[in-house]
Design a protein around this ligand. Structure first.
Ligand SMILES: [Zn+2]
Length: 378
């Protein structure tokens, strides 16, 4: 089957197909008389990504009474979960399985290299584990125990000086006119007639960031410096404030008044084109890129993890420090996954980038808790 450059997001794949392809009709997006390539010829380019995963192992990843489906995933699902979309909007998603089957087809293998199994379950290899140069740990330790506002350590200065380039790879523009949401637990009462009141949402002006005098520290901001925490949809905004059953929540809709350049940490490794790391010796190139990006990877993990009241405020200093660096590079905010819902969170460094257009009152009908045993067993 043939695919074309329009099927993919990656500039590297587009260029490769434009150079190596021949004119034909694309089986996946339907474009005709366009440079196409046989899907199986992309196998080498996908290898660095596939090399980040391995098949699930009995006795290592799961045990006797476990359901392996709780511990592993199908390879295409993992790849598409962890990376910025591999396929473009034009790609026909109904043909996704065909694509993967063709990609890992039999012709790449000999008896020493068994074919990759698309029906097996896979897990991620921990490429950041045993990283001898774990910058996040070093930076955290330094900021917490040595210096807070100025970095005097030469090797940390060296690492941080490469941050602008790394950030550029995770750049994302939120268009003007986009709608974002912010929730606050609570509501107000308004007198309808004498002795009768009606429950109403907070006013629009009450939905913005808190004033500096009462701004408590958050994942991204130190106390005293308020940021505006928003979400891409109502459910995520509501879930993030963790309301109780029956609670009233005021949900403000905010429209962006200009396009906003943010750092997007939604994808696991904050690398927008994993194919650009293609390397002759297999996984090294991309794994190297991931290590280079490990500061952003840790930042995303820290931002996503809900604030733990048992952790001391000092634990948030490294996150706040990196946020400040991103702000200093001229970005308007950071987009990151939500631990509470499917949508994304967006923290804006200035609330002047959006304006609140309406506030609606919501009530929490039900809450669902999912849990598992701490030791991973069932
Ligand atoms: Zn196509």
């Amino acid at each position: 089957m043939l695919c074309c450059g329009n099927c993919f997001e990656s500039q590297t794949l587009k260029k490769h197909i434009a150079t190596a392809g021949e004119t034909g009709n694309c089986d996946f997006c339907g474009r005709r008389k366009i440079k196409c390539i046989d899907v199986s010829e992309l196998y080498e380019l996908f290898l660095p990504i596939i090399g980040l995963y391995r098949e699930i192992e009995y006795g290592v990843d799961y045990f006797e009474d476990d359901d392996p489906f709780d511990f592993g995933d199908l390879l295409p699902d993992l790849v598409e979960r962890d990376w910025y979309s591999i396929f473009s909007d034009g790609f026909d998603n109904d043909k996704r399985d065909d694509f993967w089957r063709e990609l890992v087809g039999q012709d790449h293998y000999d008896k020493d290299n068994p074919p990759l199994s698309l029906s097996s379950l896979w897990v991620e290899r921990d490429v950041l584990q045993n990283h001898p140069y774990d910058m996040w740990s070093r930076l955290s330790y330094y900021l917490k125990t040595e210096r807070r506002f100025f970095i005097a350590d030469e090797s940390l200065i060296g690492t941080l000086s490469s941050l602008p380039d790394i950030l550029a790879g995770a750049r994302h523009t939120i268009p003007v006119g986009d709608l974002l949401y912010r929730a606050r637990i609570g509501s107000a009462m308004r007198k309808v007639v004498k002795y009768r009141e009606k429950r109403v949402p907070f006013k629009r002006k009450e939905m913005g960031a808190p004033p500096p005098s009462i701004a408590s520290s958050g994942r991204a901001n130190p106390s005293g410096i308020p940021f505006l925490y928003l979400a891409t949809d109502v459910t995520t905004a509501v879930s993030e404030v963790r309301p109780w059953k029956g609670a009233y929540v005021s949900v403000g809709a905010f429209r962006t008044t200009q396009s906003i350049e943010v750092i997007d940490l939604s994808a696991k490794y904050a690398i927008d084109d994993p194919f650009a790391y293609e390397d002759s010796d297999g996984t090294f190139g991309l794994a190297y890129g991931i290590k280079e990006n490990s500061l952003l990877h840790h930042l995303a993990t820290e931002l996503t993890t809900p604030i733990d009241p048992d952790r001391s405020l000092i634990d948030y200093v490294p996150t706040q420090f990196l946020t400040e660096l991103i702000r200093n590079e001229g970005y308007g905010g950071i987009k990151y996954p939500s631990a509470m819902a499917e949508g994304r969170n967006i923290v804006l460094f200035s609330e002047s980038l959006v304006s609140c257009t309406s506030v609606r009152l919501h009530q929490i009908d039900s809450i669902r808790y999912n849990h598992s045993r701490e030791d991973g067993r069932q």
